[in-house]
Design a protein around this ligand. Structure first.
Ligand code: ADP
Length: 306
């Protein structure tokens, strides 16, 4: 289920956060997807991103104490590289990336960006420099223009249109009843998953973050739209540290590193060819994705369920 619009009860909360964020920073949070349980250290410094190196060091996390979801996950990504996360549904891919946006704090271990622990930097400075693209990206009641500009302070109309063009969204926006002034949400126009994905790409293009978190769409788009999205994403991820929950074969194949998660742990890692040769979980997931085999062999399903 995609949460497109927050329930009204939560909307006041967003406005409140919005105002607080504006007061503390020239820009506002790029993303607030879930109620936040984290607290900012009063001595927190601004995050300063140089190369954009990211490291997870023995990261362990659970949403509640009864269950650990992410288990001892370690990896390093160099600035500009792309790391693809793959694994069965429920393996913990989104959770691993939510930790990078600091929607939650790790229980054990540490995550650093260019050597700075996420817990030591201000949240607005983090959210400003780490962009998030997904069909589930938070949209609010308002115009298409405002939704694209969300997270970027003082964007003028022309730059918003440029960003929409880069995201292959300009055409469908132009066909909406009032173009960029069209209201979206329950009282306005309802957008398809593919359209939301492109608005979220446009928002990221405008924001131009140093680090990008990409939750690729699985369905809900036709082949032509898929190709358009692919083209815009390829541009967006170039020369930018990118983390992708990867469904597109091209992202997976061309990633500098692939991390295969199974039940919250790193099961395999490497580049595409290396992992195919191992003939393990990755090779089989790839086989399914590429249509070479119909379904994941039972042994992997059994393992994931353990
Ligand atoms: P993936 O992205 O690989 O499909 P997720 O990170 O979404 O996996 O989910 C991993 C596990 O964490 C699942 O068992 C899921 O039910 C659980 N989970 C995800 N989000 C929450 C949440 N907000 N609260 C509690 N449990 C969650």
């Amino acid at each position: 289920t995609q949460r497109f619009i927050w329930p009204m009860a939560q909307f006041g909360q967003i406005i409140n956060m919005y105002q607080r964020a504006r007061a503390s920073s020239a820009r506002i949070f790029g993303l607030m997807d879930e109620p936040s349980r984290i607290a900012e250290d009063p001595d927190a410094d601004e995050l300063v991103v140089g190369d954009g190196d990211v490291a997870y060091d023995d990261v362990t996390f659970g949403y509640d104490e009864s269950e650990t979801i992410v288990k001892d996950v370690s990896f390093e990504v160099e600035g500009g590289e792309t790391l693809a996360l793959v694994g069965p549904t429920g393996a913990g891919k989104s959770t691993v990336l939510k930790l990078l946006l600091r929607m939650y704090d790790v229980d054990e271990g540490a995550i650093t960006i260019d050597g700075q622990d996420l817990r030591d930097v201000t949240i607005p400075s983090l959210r400003r420099q780490v962009g998030y693209v997904s069909q589930e990206t938070f949209m609010f009641y308002g115009t298409v223009r405002d939704n694209i500009a969300y997270g970027t302070f003082g964007a003028d109309d022309e730059t918003v249109v440029e960003a929409a063009k880069a995201a292959e969204a300009h055409e469908f926006i132009s066909n909406l009843p009032e173009g960029y002034d069209t209201e979206i949400g329950e009282r306005g126009v309802k957008l398809s998953g593919g359209q939301r994905q492109r608005l979220s790409i446009a928002r990221a293009v405008l924001k131009d973050p140093e680090i990008l978190v990409l939750d690729e769409a699985t369905s809900d788009v036709d082949t032509e739209t898929e190709m358009l999205i692919q083209r815009s994403l390829d541009q967006l991820t170039e020369d930018r540290t990118t983390f992708a929950i990867a469904h597109r074969l091209s992202t997976i194949r061309d990633a500098d590193q692939i991390l295969v998660l199974e039940d919250g742990r790193v099961a395999e890692r490497g580049e595409h060819e290396e992992l195919l040769e191992r003939d393990g979980l990755y090779a089989h997931l790839w086989g399914v994705q590429a249509g070479e085999i119909d379904e994941l062999p039972q042994e992997f399903i059994d393992r994931a369920a353990r």
